[in-house]
Structure formats: C-alpha cells, structure tokens
Ligand binder design. Sequence first.
Ligand code: ATP
Length: 243
Amino acid sequence: MAGVPIEVQRLTKRYRGVTAVEELSFSVPPGQITGFLGPNGAGKTTTLRMILGLVQPTSGAVAIGGHRYRELAAPNAVVGAALDGAYAHPGHSARSHLRVHCALAGYPACRVDEVLAQLEMTEYADRRYRTYSTGMRQRLNLATALLGDPQVLLLDEPVNGLDPQGIAWLRRFLRDFADQGRTVLISSHLLAEVQQSVDRAVVIHRGRLLASGTLAELDPTRTGLESVFLNLTTEVLTTEAAR
Ligand SMILES: Nc1ncnc2c1ncn2[C@@H]1O[C@H](COP(=O)(O)OP(=O)(O)OP(=O)(O)O)[C@@H](O)[C@H]1O
C-alpha cells in the first residue's frame, strides 16, 4: 500500500465555554515521524480524538489517506492508536489482553505472537498486568495498536513514564516503522525529549497552531525546540497584549 498521509483541515472543537482546538490545520506525511507538541491543555488529545472520530469536531475535517476515519473500510488496519490512559484488566496477562482484542477485531490469532515478538514482550507476556512497570504497560498499549498491522500509528504521550532505555527502544521502533513508509504521529509536552525522536513537528498552544515543519525549518540555529516554543509564545503574548 502507498503511504497514508493525514490532513487536518481547519479543525475546531468548542466545549461549553472552552475552545480546546481552533482552526487547526497541519499535514502528517508518511515515511516520517511527526511530533505533535505543546504544553498540557494545548489541545493535543482532543485533536487526536478528532482524527480518530472519537470526538465530533465543531467544524473542520480530517482526511486519512483522503478519507474520513468513519469512511475507512477497515479503520483499525489503517490506523493504530494508543491514547493516554488506556489500560488492561489487572488480572489479565499481555497475551490474554491481546487475544481478546484480536478476536474482537477479527484479526488472525497469529497476530498476537507476532506482535509480542515484534515488541520484544515475549518474556513477560504471561505475567499479570498488575505486576507491569509503566514501560511494560506503555508497550502493551503499543502492541494493541499494532494488532491490525496499521499503516498509521497515533501515540498520545508515549514517552511519559519511560526510562532512558525505554525511550531509546521506542525511538528505534518508531524509526523502523516510519522507514517502512508508514506514518507516525506522537504527541508530547516534553519538547526537548521528543525533539531527538522526530523528523518534523507540529507545535500548538491554546488550541492554535504555532508552527509546523521539519526540525531544520523550525529550529535552524539548533537552539532546541523548547526555546523555539518559548520565543513563539512570547511573540503571541506580546501581540495579544498590544491589541
Ligand atoms: N470533554 C471536555 N469538556 C470540556 N473541556 C474539555 C474536554 N476535553 C478537553 N477539554 C479542555 O480542552 C483543552 C485541551 O485539552 P486536551 O486534553 O486536548 O489538551 P492536551 O494538550 O492533550 O493536554 P494534556 O497534555 O494535559 O493531556 C483543555 O482546556 C481541557 O480542559
């Protein structure tokens, strides 16, 4: 299958009294890792949920390979997602959790062993979830997202709670995934950490786009995305104050 890009087109989401996302547009190309960055409350999770059709936008649209999520014939085989807060039954093992998800989605049962091996989880696959470290739990979320062998991977804050080894492992995994021509979008509020893992970034603040592009475009002097972000937000605040 040719690469599957994501196009976010003027997305807006308003809750009663709160504008979570406003007129947000950006592209996520295949074959690369795109960071979706911004501080807590910037609107990252709401946007990811709108991409997945879990939250209805107030206005705007998302195209995944040219289609809306709900128009995809086999959405889980196109887009795999691990949103923050996903969890398994504490008494289940990774293997039984994956078997249930595999059966529910109608994937061949062999996907469970394939994904466990792919994510190097075989060693603890039969232990109960309640005994898992944060890193193991994150990895199970990722494994669940991969069951349908998707072309697109959306991960909400995948670096949270990982130790340096876990971050390095995830970085290698995502690079390999993107090198196969697949699409990766990972959200994070840890700009400096994620900078080392991504090819491009979409930076948002208060639901609005601050900047998007390759790392070279966003940070030509290599001062780091954190200072780029601080400069951009200072500009926004100064402009707002001058109005
Ligand atoms: N269901 C909801 N009802 C009302 N407000 C909401 C709802 N969901 C999100 N919000 C608000 O929308 C804004 C954006 O939240 P969102 O969770 O998308 O941000 P985020 O960038 O993912 O932040 P975090 O990293 O803290 O999860 C916040 O002000 C949040 O309180």
